[in-house]
Design a protein around this ligand. Structure first.
Ligand code: FBP
Length: 560
């Protein structure tokens, strides 16, 4: 038996809450259908590509007076994409719902992400196995992966594996790209009369898989609280030592929701929001000028320290970079099979090949970047054709450029202080944290509800639990058609149907909270220190000192 930490033991005892409608038994639910839906954009193209699953209604569940018997079913589950706190609870909710509907039901977990269903790598869940993972962070229960499910061959292999295991429904727990896979698989299964249903669950710490029915993706709550704790700790350090500027890049592949939420929880001096940078058409130079100006003004007040939050996806929102990266993505797709490029041994030669192929303006933007950033931009795309922004050190690029700008300002008498910077990247630190109570409840409900959708014969739907600012008992459970969230976008150089990402709304109340306060936060130190999200835990965690100290003290006592 694996040794557990005191907090793990305590969290295993936590019983996640369900919406009232789901808590009365899975077989006594009544499904209420809304009106037909349409995709967010490109309706004709999406309808043509999803002729069997397009236009279905939004559904909600309510308790019915009677309970109906549920035929035995085998279900498969996949964790897809980046880790997000609470994934294990989605599976726990799905497992508990499925077993309570009919104890003969079986749940299979495909290993290592979507590739598990293609390669037939799976485990069957048992009570004992499931129980070890309740309310824990991580996706290690079955592992995750980023294989894109999109080809006929992959669908046929998945079908064979499902048929071998008698699986009649697959649940894909993933973000926008993974749920796009879910929509494609659902459509293919219907088109080929397989009778296999596909249900998605909205996962991603990035918080960009949302709309009116999906208020937030799971993991965002815990991840932002974890980053806020870390930022708060750094703010204390900066405010104590008063000698460093900390440039903190915060995860979030594209949208800046994570950076924005973490900033509202901590009130740093500077917060960049990618969506604003794009809307104001801010060049890299103007971002550097904006930040340098605040640094210089604080220095003039004797403050040579501060905190700057930089969203991970920033680089793709700076207009000249966006254009260059789009051009580069197309070129990289072609270069995958270019023998000269593949044979090039030095980065210098690779840069030269790329620069020759880029349009003139994009080539000059690319060539102006430091070699390290250029190499990061050429690194492998993810399987969906995206630049891996987590590998691009924007925070270091900004430090370098701001240093030069401040030197220039100093020579003109416009900067009188010192600039010494530390860089940080918070991402992986938060993706597998113990889920907060909110995420533990929300995820369990999403999983439980996914089985309700299966039990009611739906396919091509995303599990939806909303009314989330109310107590869990008042949450509204139901489902939305995946096609409702789709539009056409360019991927790997081709137009593809994908779920549209929800970006930060610059006219919304969340961004307004930042924009109303940021001038004050820039010059005055209004830092908030949120502290540990698990602070209120078992006394063995909260009140007792570190292992190091305990071991050292124990040794000292033995030696005394
Ligand atoms: P998902 O969209 O799959 O949830 O992943 C989000 C994310 O955590 C991003 O914030 C980040 O850019 C990316 O994953 C990192 O990917 P990887 O885990 O492959 O390094």
């Amino acid at each position: 038996m694996t040794k557990l930490s005191p907090l793990q033991e305590e969290r295993l005892k936590y019983q996640p809450k369900l919406p009232q409608s789901l808590s009365q038994g899975i077989n006594s639910l009544e499904m209420v259908e809304g009106s037909a839906t349409q995709s967010v954009r490109d309706q004709e193209q999406i309808k043509a590509l999803f002729s069997n699953t397009y236009g279905k209604p939004v559904v909600t569940f309510k308790v019915s007076g009677s309970s109906k018997a549920s035929e035995a079913k085998n279900v498969g589950v996949i964790l897809s994409g980046g880790q997000a706190p609470g994934g294990h609870n989605v599976i726990a909710g799905l497992y508990d719902a499925l077993k309570s509907a009919n104890p003969a039901n079986k749940l299979y977990g495909f290993l290592g992400g979507p590739s598990g269903i293609i390669d037939g790598k799976y485990i069957e869940f048992t009570d004992e196995f499931m129980n070890q993972y309740r309310n824990t962070g991580g996706f290690d229960i079955i592992g995750s992966g980023r294989t894109k499910l999109e080809t006929e061959d992959q669908f046929r292999e998945s079908l064979k594996v499902c048929q071998k295991l008698g699986i009649s429904a697959v649940v894909i727990i993933g973000g926008d790209d993974s749920n796009t896979n879910a929509a494609l698989l659902a459509e293919w299964f219907v088109k080929n009369n397989t009778g296999i249903q596909v249900i998605g669950c909205p996962k991603t710490i990035d918080g960009d898989l949302k709309n009116e029915q999906i208020e937030i993706s799971f993991g965002f709550d815990t991840a932002t609280k974890t980053y806020a704790e870390l930022i708060g700790n750094i703010q204390r350090d900066a405010n104590s030592a008063k000698k460093y500027w900390h440039f903190i890049k915060i995860m979030g592949r594209s949208a800046s929701h994570v950076a924005l939420e973490a900033a509202l929880q901590t009130q740093p001096n500077i917060t960049l929001i990618s969506e604003e940078v794009e809307a104001k058409q801010m060049s890299l130079e103007s971002i550097v000028n904006y930040m340098s100006d605040i640094i210089a003004k604080r220095a003039a007040n004797g403050k040579n320290f501060g905190i700057a939050i930089i969203p991970e996806g920033l680089i793709e929102f700076i207009p000249e970079m966006k254009s260059m990266i789009a051009n580069l993505n197309d070129i990289m797709a072609e270069l995958e099979s270019d023998s000269n490029f593949l044979a090039a041994t030095s980065m210098h030669d690779k840069f030269a090949i790329v620069e020759r192929r880029l349009d003139d303006v994009n080539a000059s933007v690319f060539s102006s970047l430091p070699a390290g950033i250029k190499a990061q931009l050429l690194a492998d795309r993810d399987p969906h054709g995206n630049v891996q922004v987590s590998k691009i050190e924007t925070e270091k690029l900004l430090i370098e450029m701001i240093s030069s700008k401040l030197n220039e300002m100093k020579s003109q008498g416009q900067f009188v202080g010192k600039f010494s910077a530390q860089s940080h990247f918070f991402g992986y630190e938060g993706r597998c944290a113990f889920p907060s109570n909110f995420d533990a409840d929300y995820c369990y409900s999403l999983g439980y509800n996914a089985f309700a959708l299966i039990n009611n014969g739906l396919t091509g739907y995303l599990s939806s639990v909303r009314n989330l600012t109310k107590p869990a008992s008042e949450w509204i459970a139901g489902g939305i058609p995946l096609t409702m969230m789709m539009n056409m976008e360019k991927r790997h150089g081709e137009m593809k149907p994908v779920i549209q990402k929800a970006l930060v709304k610059l006219d919304g109340p969340v961004f307004k909270q930042l924009s109303d306060n940021r001038d004050d936060w820039a010059m005055n130190d209004r830092y908030l220190f949120p502290g540990a999200i698990q602070y209120f835990g078992p006394s063995s965690v909260c009140d007792i000192t570190t292992r190091t100290l305990q071991l050292e003290r124990a040794k000292e006592l033995v030696n005394a």
